[in-house]
Design a protein around this ligand. Structure first.
Ligand code: CP
Ligand code: NVA
Length: 327
């Protein structure tokens, strides 16, 4: 398997074998990290990290992974660079491509990261766009395989806003890996028809299935993985909170949902999560709408079934694998 020079923009661009190779490599790199075995495979290289939206996990994972591979990284936040304001994406890509060996981008439309990739001349990695979050779902399937020992045949139910980056990316990875994906949410939040159709085509080859349902009982019954994400994503206006709370509250992950899922079911969330009042937004929403938990109850979040911190740790190992494989 040789992924040198490849971009990592979305999992639709990768074969199941390539995806599996990246997860296997992440397992190997994780094992080496735990044993203290150095992995300085890219000493002297430099990477640029462009973040037009905020981040804890993704940024820290890229920085630590770069360091573990022997590389140096430069962090560019929207206020500190010329990107988009004084300099186009194409020009930025051509400049950074002359200076760096690889570029990470987190921001808005997928077309921006696609453009960076078109002009940079070095590997570009998608650290989240409105449409896709591919490094996240790589960590998710790594975590699922650690818990269950296999991927093919796993039943994943995603609850909440399934039209956005996480819903799309999870549906794609399930289709690619022969897993059963269910979007369990209100109809308006089902993933877009074109991507559903594409995933159903892929599913024919891999044995996956794609189900869209508004029925919580049917949609979560016997699931191996219950997954959710915030109801309002970065970059969306504050005004939509009221509507989202109304529309998505029936799809909150509760202990009843977990009890209806499979006996060994796990709870997953890309994080950050609103499960208590220990955040400013959480407090603000509680004052305005009188709710103390949103997409997941604190009880489920803190339960034995919750694997969210394993998932968060695996962000670093999988991002390291992506950079190691493509550089
Ligand atoms: N899950 C995730 O991407 O987290 P950050 O926004 O903190 O990077
Ligand atoms: N859907 C969320 C994912 C955060 C990791 C967002 O885009 O804000």
């Amino acid at each position: 398997m040789n992924l040198k020079g490849r971009h990592f923009l979305k999992l639709l661009d990768f074969t199941p074998e390539e995806i599996l190779y990246l997860v296997d490599l992440a397992d190997e790199l994780k094992d080496k990290k735990k044993k203290g075995i150095p992995t300085l495979h890219h000493t002297g290289k430099n990477i640029a990290l462009i973040f037009e939206k905020t981040s804890t996990r993704t940024r820290c994972s890229f920085e630590v992974a770069a360091n573990d591979l022997g590389m140096h990284s430069t962090f560019l936040d929207p206020s500190a660079s010329q990107i988009g304001k004084k300099e186009s994406i194409a020009d930025t890509a051509r400049v950074l491509g002359r200076i760096y060996d690889g570029i990470e981008y987190r921001g808005f439309d997928q077309s921006i990261v696609d453009d960076l990739a078109k002009y940079a001349g070095v590997p570009v990695w998608n650290g989240l766009t409105n449409q896709f979050h591919p490094t996240q779902v790589l960590a998710d399937i790594m975590t699922i395989r650690e818990k269950f020992g296999y991927l093919k045949g796993i039943k994943m139910t995603y609850m909440g806003d399934a039209r956005y980056n996480m819903g799309n990316s999870l549906m794609v990875v399930c289709a690619k890996m022969g897993m059963h994906f269910t979007a369990c949410t209100s109809r308006e939040y089902f993933p877009a028809e074109d991507i559903v159709a594409r995933c159903r085509e892929i599913a024919k080859e891999t044995g996956a299935t794609i189900t869209l349902t508004e029925d919580v009982d049917a949609g979560t019954k016997g699931a191996d993985v219950i997954y959710t994400d915030v109801w309002v994503s970065m970059g969306e206006p504050d005004e939509i909170w009221a509507q989202r709370i109304k529309d998505l509250s029936p799809y909150q992950v509760t202990k009843e949902v977990m009890a209806n899922a499979g006996e060994k079911a796990i709870f997953m969330h890309c994080l950050p999560a609103f499960h208590d009042l220990n955040t400013t937004i959480g407090k603000d929403i509680a004052e305005k709408f009188g709710i103390t938990e949103m997409e997941v109850t604190d009880e489920v979040f803190e339960s034995e079934q919750s694997v969210v911190f394993d998932e968060a740790e695996n962000r670093m190992h999988t991002i390291k694998a992506v950079m190691d494989a493509t550089l």
